[in-house]
Design a protein around this ligand. Structure first.
Ligand SMILES: [Zn+2]
Length: 466
């Protein structure tokens, strides 16, 4: 298909600020932004009035389940869900069967993903087979292009092994990413430990199982000066520890998930195993605390922890069901819905760059619209260009909507309200916690490398996945 894609009358949001105007795409580049564009014959015109065009998203935490878990997800189904969710790239986590702990396996997975419309990046394990006993060949992994290593699914229990991983990681320029969980404190739980778990008669996972490892790893990063990244933090206390470590200059970054920002443990009252996830949904007090710390800059990225499971592994009692929930397809709406709740609580992003705040003020919107746009900017930073930077994608991959920038972008209708249905799920698995939930804001268009993957809220170019 030739011709340009022209977005008319959008609010354009990128890392430099927010403005209003048209945007044109030709080939894989943005050729014009802000100035009025007159569409010609052959151009595809998108009426973007009332919506916000923002850089495409990058997920720092996706379980694609390849190799070994194709019953739950395939590279094609996972990246279709990613495209619907506005993602131009996802980081595949290495807790597969077998684990991605050596360059040959990683090369094989990447080769299979090479032609997909959404870019798949690989991570590697910290320890061989994620067994927590012996370091993976970190130098070889780094040479193979891996930027981040993690034993995600479990934490590195041996403190000295973690220290050595950080030391080697620092030498190699690798980010060592921890799933913070002390197994001896985990206690075989299925939900957050507290009065609710006791009342429901379910075994609990205490907050300290996470917080003790957060504290340990921060001290190891302080001692080694190595780049530590903490995955899916779920408690207010974890966020506080990160905030203090950052203030001390410890080289730590942290991730929070859409589900921990939107949902809390009370959803488990109905014993629904779709809400079983690790770390567990915490108290609503923790959830609100995550927003307050996020507003102050404690977190760097929002990663989905997209965790597909075959039906039989989730349609079981809470004790028997697998941990994990889908995330890619609804992440942006889920986070935006959570942000509107935070706004009602009086929480606003406190770290917007001056030029960004000034650009919002200059648009002349009413106070409430301006506050919502400020949150959307903060969310875009944490779901788009900050994860891109973390994963070494380079500043040109996403983040700028300007002539000459790569055409990786999303049109988000921030005023629509909707309820996702099971029929719309593109993952092979169906374990989404967002079905039947009222969400604010919806992705209408997705363009990756100049290709329109989503149009009018529907996946298009389906043939690209086969
Ligand atoms: Zn994890």
């Amino acid at each position: 298909m030739s011709g340009r894609i022209v977005f008319k009358g959008a609010v354009l949001l990128d890392r430099t600020g927010i403005r209003v105007g048209d945007l044109a795409i030709e080939g894989d580049l943005i050729t014009s932004a802000e100035a009025a564009v007159e569409p010609g014959p052959g151009d595809t015109v998108v009426d973007a009035r009332g919506g916000v065009v923002l850089p495409a998203l990058v997920d720092s935490h996706t379980h694609l389940r390849v190799p070994g878990g194709e019953e739950a997800e395939t590279l094609a189904s996972g990246t279709m869900a990613a495209a619907m969710g506005g993602y131009a790239a996802v980081l595949a986590m290495p807790n597969t069967t077998p684990a991605l702990d050596n360059p040959a396996r990683i090369a094989q997975m990447l080769a299979a993903a090479a032609d997909l419309p959404v870019k798949v990046l690989a991570s590697g394990t910290i320890t061989k087979e994620r067994a927590g006993a012996e370091l993976s060949p970190l130098a070889a992994l780094s040479k193979a292009g891996v930027k981040l290593v993690t034993d995600d699914g479990s934490g590195v229990q041996d403190a000295n092994l973690m220290r050595r991983a950080l030391q080697y990681g620092a030498e190699l320029g690798l980010i060592v990413a921890e799933h913070c969980e002390v197994e001896s404190l985990f206690g075989g739980g299925v939900m957050n430990e507290g009065p609710l778990s006791a009342g429901l008669g379910l075994r609990g996972i205490p907050a300290v199982a996470e917080e003790v490892m957060v504290a340990r790893d921060i001290e190891l990063a302080r001692a080694t000066r190595a780049r530590l990244h903490l995955l899916h933090l779920s408690t207010g206390r974890s966020a506080e520890l990160v905030e203090r470590a950052k203030a001390d200059g410890v080289p730590v970054t942290a991730e929070v998930t859409p589900h921990h920002l939107l949902m809390a443990e009370d959803l488990l009252r109905g014993y629904g195993s779709v809400y079983k996830v690790n770390p567990p949904l915490r108290t609503d007090e923790d959830r609100r605390a995550l927003w307050r710390y996020l507003a102050r800059g404690a977190f760097d990225v929002i990663g989905t922890d997209h965790a597909p499971h075959p039906r039989w592994r989730k349609e079981a009692t809470l004790d028997d069901a697998a941990f994990g929930m889908l995330g890619l397809q609804h992440a942006l709406s889920a986070v935006y819905t959570g942000a509107l709740g935070a706004l009602e609580d009086g929480v606003r992003p406190e770290r917007l760059p001056g030029e960004v705040s000034a650009s919002i003020a200059g648009l002349g919107f009413d106070e409430s619209k301006a506050a919502r746009l400020a949150w959307l900017w903060q969310i875009a930073a944490m779901m788009s260009w900050q994860p891109a930077r973390l994963l070494g994608l380079g500043d040109d991959f996403v983040g700028r909507l300007a002539a000459g920038s790569r055409a990786n972008l999303v049109l988000f209708d921030d005023s629509s309200e909707w309820t996702p249905t099971a029929a719309s799920i593109l993952s092979k698995a169906g374990n989404s916690p967002y079905l039947g939930l009222r969400l604010s804001g919806r992705i209408e268009e997705v363009v990756v490398d100049g290709r329109r993957l989503v149009g009018s809220g529907e996946l298009i170019s389906e043939g690209n996945w086969h």
